[in-house]
Design a protein around this ligand. Structure first.
Ligand code: SF4
Length: 305
């Protein structure tokens, strides 16, 4: 249905849209996060490491265009016909005055072979001036705004110190959609106290809200994350690989076939990873997910009414 895959992969989506291989190049725009600088809270989300989810970005002392060049030079060894989408990944990439945001986004758009822009942010960092700027960017290029949702359960959201309710997330998605901007939601499997019901509710929500893409990953522990305290106190247990794969496949079966799947497993920085160790072998996890879908004859959306 989607090439050889049983789910709507990001690679398939890009090839259909741009007619060639497209790679995202991750950028640290030098922003911080209101959930870490004391504006919303100073602790950060329970799982967030010191790099603010930007562990694979180039050195942040480099300019945006230099970071893009560094990453492109590596990618170009792998693919000859390559287009790129600069991806502002670290911390909260709409958390600054709009003239600063504009300057960073403009610099990224100048990159050779650039066909779009991806911006990761929080649902509570989208003031009207920011949304106006994003709308303008969206008129000029292919834009996707990624929002950290992690869970649709507000009790869990409090536990992980996300710092906003599901309603705030919903309103932000609707405001972006009203301006014609594509959205992507991040989900985490294995958060404290969550069960299969929560995970299926999350994919139903993403589907019903007509969010364009989803990133799903297992909860993992980094040495410098607040979750480390829970771990030392024996208050958190991490999923085994087979548990995660089983949950993930069930989630896929309830996910609308129109939602593009950006990620199916975590990609933790192995140097600071504490648990679960199996997440370092991403290729094997992806192979097993594909194998499981095939063996059970399941595919994305097959159980969705
Ligand atoms: S996960 Fe994102 S929103 Fe949460 S503390 Fe880290 S950078 Fe901020």
């Amino acid at each position: 249905m989607w090439g050889e895959k049983r789910f709507y992969s990001l690679d398939y989506f890009y090839r259909q849209k741009f007619g060639t291989k497209v790679a995202r190049v991750t950028i640290d725009g030098g922003f911080t996060c209101p959930n870490r600088d004391g504006t919303v809270s100073s602790g950060g989300c329970l799982f967030c490491g010191a790099a603010g989810a930007g562990d694979f970005c180039a050195e942040k002392s480099l300019s945006v265009s230099e970071q893009i060049e560094v990453q492109k030079s590596v990618l170009c060894n792998k693919w000859k016909e390559l287009k790129i989408i600069p991806y502002f990944q670290s911390f909260t990439n709409t958390y600054a005055a709009t003239d600063i945001l504009r300057q960073k986004y403009e610099e990224a758009l100048q990159a050779e072979d650039c066909v779009g822009l991806s911006i990761a942010t929080r649902a509570d960092c989208l003031g009207d001036d920011v949304v106006d700027l994003l709308e303008e960017m969206n008129r000029r290029t292919f834009l996707q705004v990624e929002l950290g949702l992690q869970t649709v359960n507000d009790v869990t959201a409090e536990k992980i110190n996300r710092g906003y309710s599901l309603d705030v997330f919903t309103q932000s998605v609707l405001r972006l959609q009203k301006r014609g901007i594509e959205t992507v939601a991040h989900l985490i499997v294995g958060l404290p106290g969550e069960t299969l019901t929560d995970y299926l509710n999350a994919v139903r929500y993403v589907s019903d809200m007509k969010i364009n893409g989803v990133k799903i990953q297992v909860l993992y522990l980094l040495q410098d994350a607040p979750l480390m305290k829970w771990y030392r106190e024996g208050k958190i247990k991490f999923l085994e690989r087979f548990e995660y794969i089983d949950i993930l496949v069930q989630m896929l079966t309830y996910l609308s076939p129109e939602v593009v799947v950006h990620r199916l497993t975590g990609d933790p920085p192995w140097k600071s990873l504490v648990e679960p160790k199996w997440t370092t072998d991403k290729k094997q996890v992806l192979n097993q997910i594909n194998q499981y879908l095939k063996e059970k004859n399941l595919y994305q959306g097959c159980r969705r009414n």
